[in-house]
Design a protein. Sequence first.
Length: 301
Amino acid sequence: MNFKIIIESFKFYKLKSDKAVKLWLVLIILIRSAVTMLPIGDRNFVFMSYYLTGEFFETGKIVLPTTGNLIIFGLYSIGTFLAICIGLIYAEVFILENESKRTDRIRLSSNDIFMVPVKKIGKGERFQDIDQLTEYVKKTFLPSDFKRFADNKDKPKQKLPYVRTALKDLLRFIPGLLLLILLLLIVLLISSTLIMIPFIIVLFILLFTPLNYMYTKNKLARSMELSYAQTKGAKLTMFVSFAILNIILNFVITLFQLMLSDYHYSYLVIEAVIYTFRVLSTARLYSLFYQMLALRQPYTV
């Protein structure tokens, strides 16, 4: 696995639409702060500890969440949904901004990040060094020729390049996104007894569905079918990359939690900032994988 891609994912500020990035930063911090700090609902989830500790099996009594618990669940759900929407807008803007850098042949230099799933390399191929592998990739794999704006005259002229296009595509995708989330929630419930393995597999099979729908304007079923083909042989690499990204950020959060154990609201503000970094870094990592695997184009660091 190339660790350059994980380092690059933290550089979410590297967009031409820099004003939009600043706006998203503020929005996500405000949304997260509202979710964690608003003095409403009941944040004491007694019913969860009741089931997790196994007390249910001793008493047989069913304990339901309080109305306040449901309010908090709703608040977190809305906050997460909005964060996903902002992340998808970021991802499409990233792809649109990099359209002008694409070439008809795959270029591979020391400054380029690219990956090819091992399964897609011929079984009989043998490579003595990295140069032979590089030449094989250049000759064998062709980049996607799809471009949303094929000519410069087609490109939208606006102060925030491509943001309006991505926002319109997101609004068009909202019904499909809700359906996709519902499908994943069903798989999540089924997977709860199988240490979440089926959920993780299905999640990464369908990972590119949103951008296939938004960016290339495919129907939902076709977007899911394409995502299955595009992620084949790369799901483990993507899972490990996203996991490392989250482990790093979780480590930072844990440090602040220890340092600010007596300052609850100060910790929540820091947590909101790190959560914002998590959303935008994840969106950038997602778009990097989409560019390399779905569009078969390297990214120049």
